[in-house]
Design a protein around this ligand. Structure first.
Ligand SMILES: Cc1ncc(COP(=O)(O)O)c(C=O)c1O
Length: 367
């Protein structure tokens, strides 16, 4: 059996005619940059998330960059975040010559350990940037409490958590700003790159729209230095079609995770906790196991596309050595990075495929 970690073809097969019709309408319309189709999708996301502004942009990385620029992050400002994330979270901070300040992660959910944030807050801190990793929200109550106490802004990296909830509210509407990626493997995904910033702040939304459009409110009149970052109408129209399915897709991911847990509960691996199962939208289903690299090779030899997210924490990546962190600084993160492995996870994954994967994991553990 061959089971990839994500199979975007299967999703497409279910919505192909609607997608083809929507794309051809955009092509016929002649409007290929911004316009009413992008606005419509922005409004749909706002309604879904429960925020007042959604600003489409070119990628999740740009969404994070725009949020930091919109807040007015300056060289030397400090931004607190997690070292256990995709590097984009950190690279945008560094690109603005601000300083990423890392905090270790919680071993239960792999998100920033909120008990360890307060001790790294300084006079230079401007932002806390939690990542809702693998589809599970960070502990936002504690983060918002600290932000209020110290006068900081909060930017949620929601790239992996479209549709995730925390205390009944959606990720992206839990703090000052939310940043989404519509990269093709994400829970809500485009046929290419795309992203969105969400906020309830009128002034921040206006700032971000201006920055995303070369710093201009009026064409050919630059008020400030900006960038070019736009969501294409072709992507927006496809995302509109898919948005209607997101809850059922996320539910299917949850069902798959439950089945994995049930089948692996007696195996010698660490599976997601009951609490995690009930609150994640399972962008990834990840387990922890001692001889992880051997398991990955074994699964690959059986046609199973397991992946390691993330093998090297950002504080140990060469590009960030200038920050002065070293091995041993974030012990939980470093241990998790050695043990974690993500198994195939997508809504259309079949029951017999999950059974096959679980059986092969058990076969490997018996060796
Ligand atoms: C946690 C996280 N942040 C940011 C990004 C960047 O998103 P994009 O690839 O759309 O630029 C990604 C995804 O790729 C991500 O997983």
């Amino acid at each position: 059996m061959r089971i990839p970690i994500v199979d975007t073809r299967r999703q497409l097969d279910n919505i192909k005619s609607e997608i083809n019709f929507a794309v051809s309408e955009v092509i016929e319309s002649g409007q290929y940059i911004l316009g009413p189709i992008v606005r419509k999708f922005e409004n749909e996301v706002c309604e879904y998330i429960g925020v007042t502004h959604g600003i489409g942009c070119a990628s999740g990385t740009d969404a994070l960059m725009l949020a930091l620029m919109g807040i007015g992050i300056c060289p030397g400002n400090e931004v607190i975040t997690t070292p256990f994330t995709f590097v984009a979270t950190v690279e945008v901070i560094a690109l603005l010559n601000a300083k990423p300040i890392f905090v270790d992660i919680n071993p239960e959910n792999y998100n920033i350990d909120t008990e360890k944030i307060e001790s790294v807050i300084t006079e230079k801190t401007r932002v806390i940037m939690p990542v809702h990793l693998f589809g599970k929200c960070a502990d936002m109550d504690k983060i918002n409490y600290l932000a209020e106490k110290y006068g900081l802004k909060v930017i949620e990296d929601c790239a992996q958590s479209f549709g995730a909830e925390y205390n009944g509210k959606k990720a992206g509407g839990l703090s000052d700003v939310g940043c989404f990626s519509f990269y093709p493997t994400k829970n809500l995904s485009a046929f290419g790159d795309g992203g969105m910033v969400t906020t309830n702040s009128d002034s921040l939304a206006e700032n971000i729209r201006i920055i995303a459009s070369h710093g201009s409110k009026k064409k050919y009149n630059s008020e400030r230095i900006g960038i070019n970052s736009r969501l294409d109408p072709i992507q927006a129209v496809c995302l509109s079609v898919k948005l209607k399915c997101i809850d059922s897709w996320n539910n299917l991911r949850g069902e798959n995770a439950k089945l994995y847990n049930q089948l692996l509960k007696d195996a010698d691996v660490i599976i997601p906790s009951e609490e995690y199962i009930n609150s994640s939208v399972f962008h990834q289903y990840s387990i922890r196991v001692k001889n992880r690299d051997e398991l990955k090779n074994y699964l690959q030899s059986k046609g199973i596309g397991a992946m390691i997210y993330y093998p090297i924490p950002v504080h140990l990546q060469g590009a960030y050595s200038y920050l002065g962190y070293k091995e041993g600084d974030f012990l939980v993160c470093e241990r998790v990075a050695k043990e974690i492995i993500s198994l195939p996870m997508f809504p259309e994954l079949k029951e017999d495929e999950i059974k096959y994967i679980a059986d092969e994991i058990k076969n490997f553990l018996k060796q």
